[in-house]
Design a protein around this ligand. Structure first.
Ligand code: HEM
Length: 413
């Protein structure tokens, strides 16, 4: 089972194992790490030296971590990064001490690289300014050199120790800055795509909406004319129905594009989730072979949300679920309160999403369907995020897909 996640808040323990919209996989891992090592001149000999230095350094790890955070907390802007207070700093001192020990312990292999990449991504995710990383790394550098200076090593051993410490810290810096670079490139690409969508939306709206309106009116007029004339021409109703359906689809595409480009802010009121779920299922054309079930905790669950937007989100998820199931399957929509959050699950027994596609499902224009704009889940994410919520996808190709939306509970109840 793999996950994709989007939105803000609601962070929990396993967040780093998820594919979030900013945390990306290491790029062609092996060659990148090897290339960085080669450039830094880091060899297996360095790994051996570091291991040999570990007994000298490990006893000082906690003390270095304490100094490190004292320095960061001394700086007003850096301090602002620690949003969870003292407990967080205490926890981070522990992680920094572990990080320091693992620098020396190694092994400096792909697993090591992955763990460092993950740490880089944590800092990217919290939007820590990159410049702080350089300053902070120098702090560590100075402390480690200080310990070596005090250690009972030979002159040559000490010199080698200094060189090795510099090399490993250079590796660390290179990996962290590469995570920042990756994130930056991803964001630029995303912005480019968004700008392109905005332009397309404006021109589609301008060029297509009017002709669609004309077709709509003409279909209506034709029905009236036929009705008045009492004419019964074989197949004509069927064709008019087809035009109607195609019109509805075209309208939806235009509206999706516009919604996405404009990102209307929610007009909130207290809404009953049961009503929203009912309406979304009614609006969707659920094939007769699919059993749709709505389970809502009693007493009824309410949220403070834009009913139209929320219905659109659920409708979109229901349509995706139906598409994944084809002619038959089970669709379960459920809503429940969990602490200060309300969760809405849309679960299907469809084909599931291949793990490789999961990180992309919230990306605008990503689609595996032959029809559709690839905007549905991006719009859903934008709407949910604008409501202060999160949206997650858990999927397996054996069991199907569950999309979970978590919204802040309605405090006004
Ligand atoms: C040499 C540079 C740095 C190293 C080696 C380092 C190391 C780490 C490590 C090991 C973690 C835990 C990652 C995890 O949860 O797996 C972490 C998290 C964090 N670091 Fe750093 N850090 C560095 C610089 C900084 C700086 C300069 C700041 C702030 C000014 C900072 C703020 C944070 C915060 C707030 C977290 C917690 C994020 C979260 O769990 O939500 N770090 N760091």
């Amino acid at each position: 089972v793999t996950r994709a996640t989007a939105g803000d808040g609601g962070e929990d323990e396993d967040r780093l194992d998820r594919k979030s919209d900013i945390s990306c996989d290491p790029p062609v891992e092996e060659s990148l790490f090897d290339e960085i090592k080669r450039f830094a001149g880091f060899t297996d000999e360095d790994s051996r030296r570091l291991l040999a230095l570990m007994p000298a350094v490990a006893p000082h790890a906690q003390e270095i971590a304490d100094k490190f955070y004292a320095r960061l907390l001394d700086h007003e802007e850096a301090r602002a990064v620690f949003t969870e207070g003292e407990a967080q700093v205490r926890r981070l001192k522990g992680t920094l001490a572990d990080w320091l020990t693992s620098l020396f312990r190694g092994p400096h292999d792909q697993e090591y690289f992955k763990s460092r990449w993950r740490i880089g991504n944590v800092h990217v995710r919290i939007r820590l300014p990159e410049r702080y990383v350089f300053v902070a790394m120098n702090l560590v550098r100075r402390e480690l050199h200080g310990i070596l200076d005090e250690s009972p090593l030979s002159e040559a051993g000490r010199r080698q120790g200094h060189e090795t410490v510099d090399r490993i810290l250079d590796l660390e810096l290179a990996i962290i800055t590469e995570s920042y670079q990756r994130d930056y490139t991803d964001r630029i690409m995303r912005q480019g795509r968004l700008a392109a969508i905005g332009q397309i939306a404006a021109s589609v709206n301008h060029e297509i909406r009017n002709p669609l309106g004309v077709i709509n009116t003409s279909v209506y007029a034709m029905r009236r004319i036929l009705e008045k004339a009492g004419a019964k021409i074989d197949g004509i109703d069927r064709h008019l129905d087809k035009i109607d359906r195609s019109l509805r689809r075209s309208h939806k595409i235009v509206n999706d594009l516009l919604d996405f480009a404009r990102g209307r802010s929610p007009e909130r009121k207290q809404v009953e989730l049961k009503q929203i779920l009912d309406e979304a299922v009614q609006l969707a054309s659920v094939p007769p072979g699919i059993r749709a079930e709505i389970r809502v905790e009693e007493p009824s669950v309410t949220v403070f949300a834009d009913p139209l937007q929320l219905t659109n989100v659920i409708l979109n998820l229901v349509e995706n679920a139906c598409h994944a199931m084809g002619a038959s399957g089970d669709l379960v929509l459920s809503a429940a309160t969990a602490g200060d959050r309300v969760t809405i699950d849309v679960r299907d027994t469809g084909t599931g999403i291949p793990a490789a596609n999961l990180p992309l499902v919230f990306e605008p224009l990503f689609t595996t369907k032959s029809t559709g704009t690839g905007l549905g889940l991006s719009i859903a994410r934008n709407i949910v995020t604008a409501h202060g919520g999160t949206i997650d996808v858990v999927s397996s190709t054996e069991r199907g897909t569950t999309v979970r939306i978590a919204l802040p509970a309605d405090e006004r109840r």
